[in-house]
Design a protein around this ligand. Structure first.
Ligand code: NAD
Length: 288
């Protein structure tokens, strides 16, 4: 397939390279010259205008910072500019309302479109092991699946337009709450005189079992190797977790969903991000 890829940053750069490796021809566009130069080295054809990049393609993939940018790129350079039969895939993490609005406009113009946000960070984007949670019609999902499989290890149809974004923010709200809970329990066990490694051994095989404890232990030198062992560098940045928690709280309000712990997690991460936005989100343990 010939695919236009717009937004070749930390995540998009590796994803576009994996599309090339899978045999797709990739037209790359980004506002950053540096990102375009890397895309060229990775085998993409580069463009200085998004509307030109989408000419003659079978599909368009976007990996952009937020909903306002996604909306302006689709309305200004994709819808009505890409060929009528092209399938459109937005892999950015954005608010549910904008995802539905853009998909509605694309569908009204005759395109199949999915929202397909990802779980997995830069390493998974580079390694082609992302998980995609996909919102859109059955037909749009089937068409998007082939493109997404070249960039990930799991592609799951979540439901109609916006369902991918809903899955993503609910998952990350749960992750934030479980990370804070794990950190609290580990620090409390330590303060009460229990060796944190012993606590890990016990709780990771008891009902405290969870991804934050078992696969991403937030205390250095305890449990599995994680960003905690690298001074909280790399991993999933606190600033990005805060972005997702803000999206989750916005969505909770529109749905009148009660999320007391989600809100509290958002407040704690907001405070922590003031000076630590670049640290891995498990570094929240430092505040306890
Ligand atoms: P990034 O800032 O590294 O990349 C975004 C890219 O978009 C940049 O290269 C920027 O120049 C480009 N861009 C901005 N406006 C543009 C426009 N109008 N036209 C073309 N290009 C434009 O961000 P990232 O870390 O790659 O994240 C991208 C998306 O993926 C975000 O929505 C983020 O929430 C989501 N995400 C990131 C991670 C992660 O670990 N970094 C994990 C999961 C999801």
């Amino acid at each position: 397939m010939k695919i236009a890829f717009i937004g070749l940053g930390n995540m998009g750069g590796g994803m576009a390279a994996n599309l090339v490796k899978a045999g797709h021809a990739v037209n790359a566009f980004d506002l950053s010259e540096e990102a375009l130069a890397t895309a060229k080295d990775n085998g993409c054809e580069t463009f200085t205008d998004a509307s030109e990049a989408v000419q003659g393609v079978d599909g368009v993939v976007t990996m952009l910072p937020n909903g306002a940018i996604v909306k302006s790129v689709y309305e200004g350079s994709v819808i009505g500019k890409a060929p009528a039969g092209a399938v459109l895939l937005d892999c950015s993490t954005i608010d549910v309302a904008t995802a539905k609005e853009v998909a509605g406009k694309a569908e009204a113009a005759g395109y199949d479109m999915v929202d397909a946000p990802v779980s997995g960070g830069i390493a998974a984007a580079n390694g082609g092991t992302l998980t995609f949670m996909v919102g859109g019609t059955e037909k749009a999902f089937k068409r998007a699946e082939e493109v997404l499989q070249a960039m990930g290890k799991a592609v799951i149809h979540a439901g109609d337009a916006g369902a991918g974004q809903t899955a993503k923010i609910c998952n990350n709200m749960l992750l934030a709450i479980s990370m804070i809970g794990t950190a609290e329990a580990m620090k409390m066990a330590e303060k009460l005189g229990l060796d944190p490694q012993k606590f890990y051994e016990i709780s990771s095989q008891s009902s405290g079992y969870c991804w934050s404890l078992n696969a991403y232990t937030p205390m250095p030198g305890v449990g599995v190797e994680s960003p905690a062992d690298k001074d909280y560098q790399g991993g999933f940045a606190t600033g990005l977790m805060l972005k997702d928690l803000k999206l989750a709280m916005e969505a909770a309000e529109t749905a009148d969903a009660s999320t007391p712990l989600g809100r509290h997690a958002k407040d704690l991460y907001e405070q922590f991000a003031e000076e630590n936005a670049g640290l891995d989100f498990s570094a929240i343990i430092k505040t306890l």
